[in-house]
Design a binder for this molecule. Structure first.
Ligand SMILES: [Zn+2]
Length: 135
């Protein structure tokens, strides 16, 4: 269902802010408690900041206290892909957007929901669309 979106590096640099580029294209991590959606409790959808694919719903967001937006599940099973990440001297599971392969964050096995997962996502990788924000 998801067609890959491929763009040259120079195009990404043009489209994204330096912070978004660092997170999405270089696998960076924003500092804890600095992201604009960490404390966001509005109802709505979280989209990929790079390609606009719908990634997460506010219904699955919870306050993990980690300092990053945290979700128990993606909006649909196939909107994110997972990769083994052995950087920083740790073994983690990286979460990327299935459409543009932008780095979103990591998934950890300590979530509060039935599946026991915590999707720890950078605000910089997301755009938020409030449910009744439309004019
Ligand atoms: Zn994307």
């Amino acid at each position: 269902m998801t067609d890959k979106l491929e763009m040259a590096d120079a195009q990404w640099r043009e489209k994204l802010t330096p912070e978004q580029y660092h997170v999405l294209r270089e696998g960076g991590t924003e500092r804890a408690f600095t992201g604009k959606y960490d404390k966001n409790k509005q109802t709505g959808e979280y989209l990929c900041a790079a390609c606009g694919q719908r990634l997460f719903d506010s219904a699955d967001k919870y306050d993990s206290g980690s300092g990053w937006p945290s979700f128990t599940a993606p909006a649909e099973d196939d909107v994110v892909e997972q990769n083994r990440d052995v950087s920083m001297g740790m073994v983690r599971t990286e979460v990327v957007c299935s459409k543009c392969e932008g780095h979103l964050g990591h998934v950890f096995p300590d979530g509060p929901g039935e599946n026991g997962l915590r999707y720890c996502i950078n605000s910089a990788a997301l755009d938020f669309e409030p449910e009744d924000g439309a004019a």
